[in-house]
Ligand binder design. Structure first.
Ligand code: NIG
Ligand code: FE
Length: 417
């Protein structure tokens, strides 16, 4: 049996439970001082306070009085893509709007061209580098979407890359089919034909190979309407893919209402979510997966996170890592923005970046909190308390990242607060 005992934890801070936390519970975090955590065969076996003798054969990791939290969960990424889009930054600076770049065949559609011409091996190698960086920043579980193929073969290739990385990289991945990410140029004159292709060919093919856990749609002006989104998500449900939805990112065209009505696992972005959308999410038990780094990068408004928490909607925070609207994979930066821009407390942010993210991935019974039976996913922080983590914007404060009981360290400065 593989055993790892983490001792001398100054503060262990963790949400608790196996489901998303909203309302007043979003900020209720258990705090243990002078704590230890024992992991056995990748799972958390026990935890406590004070001194504990190492069990036979256990490796011991002395946390040196540092803060320990659950591993971070990034519940929304577009991890698999060819190329980058650095040239769009200059367009943005000249004031060209995101949807205009897309309408001119750039944006998502330019990444589609680069992704179609990449092999599965190339896509995997590129994403592996990103996952390495994410792990070094504290992310231990991550969702990844397809959506840069917009044709069956490339969509399946993206999903196969996600499954291959899940098998071979320490970070655990969930796969989301996002064939409805944009209307491909070839279907500009016949939207209904692309919706049929999604529902009758791509979704069944992805499901037949067991390649996806979730189905997602970009419900937005000029992309997919709420009615088209419903059709696509219902087709996904018929094949066992649980619904997620990019909703109310730029325009409120009914995405959050649809998410609530369908009982979607999560609704994502929600920058311009109206009050009736918040009410629908609360009624549907849908997690609001918010992406503040995208707002920052697009120079857009920030989602009404405070109103969502107050309405009892569980809020998760994620990066939205993608080559266009958010080329940032740093959950620590997202957590800082969660405090500064959403006005969430550090405790609410911790729950958002761990347990609620896990719930948005259907994994709240496996990860997202430090509790016996869950995966041994922890971050030992170069910090003495949680406030310091959300305050030191822009630094990597992860000292050691533990994934399923295996520690991944890196050279660090010594700067305990
Ligand atoms: O979540 N909103 C749609 N999709 C991505 C952007 C993808 C891209 O620009 O390549 C997002 O922001
Ligand atoms: Fe996205």
């Amino acid at each position: 049996m593989e055993r790892l005992l983490v001792t001398n934890i100054g503060v262990l801070a963790t949400p608790e439970g196996t489901s998303a936390r909203g309302g007043g519970d979003q900020g209720s975090v258990r705090t243990l001082r002078d704590a230890w955590v024992l992991m056995e065969d990748g799972l958390i076996a026990a935890l406590g306070t004070g001194q504990t003798p190492p069990p036979p054969g256990a490796r011991v990791l002395d946390a040196g009085g540092r803060l320990v939290t659950p591993g971070l969960v990034d519940a929304h990424t577009h991890l698999i893509f060819g190329g980058w889009r650095q040239d769009e930054l200059a367009l943005k600076l000249r004031g060209v709007p995101y949807l205009d770049i897309l309408a001119q065949g750039g944006g998502i559609l330019s990444t589609v061209r680069a992704t179609r011409s990449a092999s599965q091996e190339e896509l995997e190698a590129k994403a592996r580098l990103a996952l390495d960086e994410m792990l070094s920043l504290g992310t231990t579980t991550c969702e990844a979407k397809s959506g840069y193929g917009l044709e069956t073969e490339t969509e399946l290739r993206q999903l196969r890359a996600i499954r291959a990385l899940d098998r071979t990289h320490p970070v655990d991945l969930a796969a989301t089919f996002l064939g409805a990410h944009a209307l491909p140029e070839a279907y500009k004159g016949d939207r209904a034909a692309y919706v049929r292709l999604l529902c009758q060919e791509m979704i069944p093919a992805a499901a037949a190979e067991g390649l996806a856990d979730f189905c997602d749609v970009f419900c937005e002006t000029g992309v997919f309407t709420a009615e088209e989104s419903r059709t696509i998500l219902e087709a996904g449900m018929q094949y066992g893919l649980r619904p997620k939805i990019h909703a109310d990112e730029i325009d409120a065209v009914g995405g959050s209402r649809l998410a609530g009505e369908m009982g979607a696992v999560s609704a994502e972005h929600l920058i311009v979510c109206p009050p009736e959308g918040i009410a629908a999410l609360a009624a549907g038990g849908t997690v609001a997966c918010l992406l503040p780094a995208t707002s920052f990068y697009l120079g857009a408004d920030y989602a009404p996170a405070r109103a969502m928490v107050d309405a009892g909607v569980p809020v998760a925070l994620a990066t939205d890592f993608n080559p266009g609207s958010c080329p940032c994979l740093n959950m620590q930066l997202v957590m800082g923005l969660g405090c500064l821009k959403y006005r969430l407390t550090p405790e609410e942010v911790l729950t958002a970046a761990t347990l609620n993210g896990a719930a948005a991935m259907g994994l709240a019974d496996r990860t997202g909190s430090v509790e016996p039976g869950k995966w041994g996913d922890l971050v030992v922080w170069e910090a003495g308390d949680l406030n310091y983590v959300t305050y030191r914007l822009g630094s990597n404060l992860a000292h050691t990242v533990i994934k399923k009981g295996v520690p991944y360290g890196r050279e660090k400065q010594k700067c305990l607060n």
